[in-house]
Design a binder for this molecule. Structure first.
Ligand SMILES: [Zn+2]
Length: 165
């Protein structure tokens, strides 16, 4: 019955377990986050999470999900030990929905609103250091990062005419 009681949730992943020391003041409103990942995500793309009078609700406020499935190719078949470490590390990331390992490939499905391929790769590279498998296709992935950033800007109506396409 007590409607005055409200739940504070992380604006990026909507988890209610927020960390009160992770705080960003955006347009005069304090936002608390569950993790530094979500805080950084918010700082780089606030329009995905907070609406404005001109465009209305933000994509996240409309419960929009932008699922992506990418293949990340390793130089060699992924060993069970690396698989276990990757699995544990990527599960810590908000927005990673699924992982499938197939020989030297890792197929990862994620919500682009919450996490970028770049975040995922950073987590992978941290784990993969010291493993002979290594990650390849650096150049191609650089292009994907660029198109992901454009896609997010389009979602938040930030694209100027003739911008990212
Ligand atoms: Zn969060």
């Amino acid at each position: 019955m007590n409607k005055l009681e409200f739940t504070i949730h992380c604006p990026v992943c909507h988890m209610t377990k927020i960390n009160r020391s992770l705080l960003v003041n955006y347009q005069g409103v304090d936002h608390y986050f569950c993790s530094s990942q979500c805080l950084e995500r918010f700082k780089s793309h606030p329009h995905l999470f907070v609406g404005d009078p001109k465009h209305g609700k933000s994509p996240k406020q409309k419960d929009q999900v932008v699922l992506k499935k990418r293949r990340i190719r390793f130089c060699d078949a992924i060993s069970d030990r690396l698989k276990a470490e990757l699995d544990a590390s990527l599960q810590m990331l908000m927005g990673v929905e699924a992982m499938v390992f197939e020989d030297e490939d890792l197929y990862v499905t994620y919500d682009l609103i919450q996490v970028s391929l770049e975040d995922i790769e950073k987590a992978i590279e941290k784990v993969a250091v010291g493993f002979r498998e290594g990650v390849v296709e650096q150049v191609k992935r650089g292009l994907i990062h660029y198109s992901e950033e454009c896609e997010l800007d389009n979602l938040a109506h930030l694209t100027k005419d003739g911008g990212c396409h």
